[in-house]
Write a new protein. Sequence first.
Length: 94
Amino acid sequence: MSWPAPSVPMPALAMAPAGLAFGLAYFALAYLTAVLLVAGGGRLAAISLTLGRLGAAVVFLGSAARAGAAPLIAAFVGLLLARAVALRIARRAC
């Protein structure tokens, strides 16, 4: 007996939690960057964090895109979920 082929490939299923984890780290670093800028010091550190964050996002989403359309969409959905979590945390802090 053979199992039917899955309609969604496994890399796509794995990219959603990876996107969520990456997104949580991304937005935590964005928060740290904002704290550094508001504190009035560490402009070089804030610029470095921003460039590192953007570079990591390019690498992460680029690798998801190389895996195919479904993994890219799943990774992006994970990032959107992380954004929703980060916004909820930020609203509670105010």
